[in-house]
Design a protein around this ligand. Structure first.
Ligand SMILES: *[C@@H]1O[C@H](CO)[C@@H](O)[C@H](O)[C@H]1NC(C)=O
Ligand SMILES: *[C@@H]1O[C@H](CO)[C@@H](O)[C@H](O)[C@H]1NC(C)=O
Ligand SMILES: *[C@@H]1O[C@H](CO)[C@@H](O)[C@H](O)[C@H]1NC(C)=O
Length: 408
C-alpha cells in the first residue's frame, strides 16, 4: 500500500458525507463474518479467525462487520443481563486484537432483531423470568426494564485483555451498530422503533462520542416518505416499523446502513430483475444520503445464495460487479456511497456454517479477483484524493482509466 503520509492507526471519522482517516478519504471494501467471537472461544477453532482476516486482507478488504453479542445462548457472552462469561469476552478481545494485526477495522453489532444468538427475543425472556409483564418480542423496544438491560450491556467500556485498550478508545473499531436488522412490526407507524433509536443513539454517544454509530437497518422506506415507497422491494417492507429517512435523522447517527437481498425480497429465482433492483435500490439510498441525510451510506450486507434457483458463480460475479460499480460511480463524484460489506466471507473448512451465502476465497478465484480489483480502486482513491484537492486531483484522468478498465 506504500506510505500514505499519516500512517498511524487513527480513528475513522465522518466529514459531511465521507469517511476520513488522517485527513484522507476512507472508502470501504469490506465483509461480514458474524461468528468470529464464538469461534475464538475454543483454541481448536480460534485459528479460523486469524485465517479469515488473513484472507480478507489478501484481497484488500479493510472492514469487517461481526457480532459483539451472544445473548443467553450456547457460548453466550451475556449469560443474563450484564452477567458475562469472561472466556467469551476474552474471545471478543482476541477478535479485536487480531483484526488490528491485519489492519482490518470492525463494525460491532450490539444485538439482534432475530433469534439467532439471542437478540430481542432473549431480552424478553429475561424480562419474563424477572416477572415483567411483557409478551411481544417488540416489547424490547419500549419496556423500560428491557431498555435498561440493553443499556447495561457493558461493551463500550470493556478493557481489552490482549491490548489493554478500552473498546471506546480503540481505532480498530470503525463503528457501533445498535442492532442487526431492527424491525418492529407491532407499530407500522414507526414511532416505537424511532423512540428506541433516539434513546439508544444518545445513550451510546454519551459513553463513547468518538466512534461512529449506525443503526443496522435494512433500508426500507417508511411512512415519512410515501414518495420513496416505490423503491421498496415489496409493499410489506413499508409496514415493518422501520423508516430509512426518519430513522437516520435521529441525533447521534453518523451514517446510514442498507442491506441488499433481491433474492429474499423479490424472488428466489435468479433473474435480471435482481440486478435492476440492486441498481435502483442503491441509487435511491445514495441520493437520499447525499441530498437529504448529508451522511455516507454503507451497504452493510449484500449477497446472493447458492441455494437460489438458477444460481451460478458467474451470476454472483455480475451481481458483485453491479454493487461495486455503483459505489465507484458515487465515489468518483465525491458522493455518499461510503462502501460495501459482502455477506459473507468464510475461511476454508467452515462450510457447515454456510447459509448459502458464504464465499470461500480459495474456492472462488473469479470472485476474489473482483474483490481485489475493487479494493485497489478504492485504495487509490483513498490515497490520491485528500480533502484538500476536493476530488479533482491532477491524476484524475489516470484514475478514470483505472476505475473503468476491467482488465486491470
Ligand atoms: C399485562 O399487560 C397487558 C397488556 O398491556 C394488560 O392487559 C394486563 O392487564 C397486564 N397484566 C398485569 C398482571 O398487569
Ligand atoms: C497490559 O497491562 C498489563 C498490566 O499492567 C501488563 O502486564 C501488560 O504487559 C500490558 N499488555 C500490553 C499489550 O500492553
Ligand atoms: C448463470 O446464471 C444466470 C442466471 O440464472 C444465467 O442467465 C446464465 O446463463 C448462467 N451462466 C452459466 C455459465 O451457466
Amino acid at each position: 500500500m506504500g506510505d500514505l503520509g499519516g500512517d498511524e492507526w487513527a480513528m475513522v471519522v465522518r466529514k459531511g458525507n465521507q469517511f476520513m482517516v488522517n485527513d484522507q478519504p476512507f472508502y470501504v471494501n469490506g465483509f461480514n463474518t458474524y461468528w468470529l467471537m464464538v469461534f475464538a472461544v475454543d483454541q481448536s477453532t480460534r485459528g479460523k479467525v486469524s485465517e479469515v482476516f488473513q484472507q480478507a486482507s489478501s484481497v484488500g478488504l479493510s472492514v469487517c462487520r461481526t457480532w459483539a453479542f451472544n445473548d443467553g445462548q450456547w457460548r453466550a457472552l451475556q449469560k443474563s443481563p450484564a452477567v458475562y462469561d469472561e472466556e467469551v469476552f476474552k474471545a471478543l478481545d482476541f477478535v479485536i486484537s487480531e483484526a488490528k494485526k491485519h489492519k482490518i477495522r470492525l463494525i460491532l453489532s450490539l444485538t439482534n432483531n432475530w433469534e439467532a444468538y439471542g437478540g430481542k427475543a432473549q431480552y424478553v425472556k429475561w424480562g419474563k423470568a424477572a416477572g415483567l409483564n411483557v409478551s411481544s418480542d417488540d416489547d424490547f423496544f419500549s419496556d423500560p426494564t428491557l431498555k435498561s438491560y440493553y443499556k447495561a450491556h457493558k461493551i463500550l467500556t470493556r478493557v481489552n485483555t490482549f491490548t489493554n485498550v478500552t473498546y471506546k478508545d480503540d481505532p480498530t473499531i470503525f463503528a457501533w451498530e445498535l442492532m442487526n436488522e431492527p424491525r418492529c412490526l407491532s407499530d407500522p407507524t414507526g414511532d416505537r422503533l424511532q423512540a428506541w433509536i433516539k434513546e439508544m443513539a444518545l445513550y451510546v454517544k454519551s459513553i463513547d462520542s468518538r466512534h461512529l454509530l449506525e443503526i443496522g437497518l435494512e433500508g426500507f422506506y417508511g411512512p415519512s416518505t410515501p414518495d420513496r415507497a416505490q423503491f421498496n422491494p415489496n409493499t410489506f417492507a413499508t409496514q415493518v416499523g422501520t423508516d430509512f429517512i426518519r430513522n437516520h435523522q435521529a441525533f447521534g447517527i453518523d451514517f446510514a446502513s442498507v442491506h441488499i437481498y433481491a433474492d429474499s425480497w423479490i424472488s428466489k429465482t435468479i433473474s435480471d430483475k435482481h440486478i435492476q433492483f440492486t441498481k435502483t435500490w442503491m441509487q435511491a439510498h445514495m441520493d437520499d444520503a447525499e441530498k437529504t441525510l448529508g451522511m455516507p451510506v454503507i451497504f452493510g450486507e449484500f449477497g446472493v445464495s447458492a441455494k437460489d434457483q438458477g444460481f451460478n458463480t458467474s451470476f454472483r460475479d455480475t451481481f458483485m460487479n453491479t454493487v461495486y460499480r455503483a459505489i465507484l460511480d458515487s465515489t468518483k463524484k465525491g458522493g455518499s456511497g461510503g462502501g460495501t460489506l459482502v455477506w459473507q466471507l468464510f475461511p476454508d473448512g467452515t462450510d457447515y456454517m454456510d447459509d448459502g451465502y458464504a464465499i470461500v476465497l480459495s474456492k472462488s478465484p473469479s470472485t476474489s479477483n473482483i474483490m481485489s480489483l475493487q479494493s485497489r480502486r478504492l485504495m487509490l482513491f483513498n490515497s490520491l484524493c485528500s480533502t484538500k484537492c476536493h476530488w479533482s486531483c491532477k491524476k484524475k484522468n489516470a484514475l478514470e482509466t483505472f476505475l473503468y478498465h476491467e482488465e486491470l
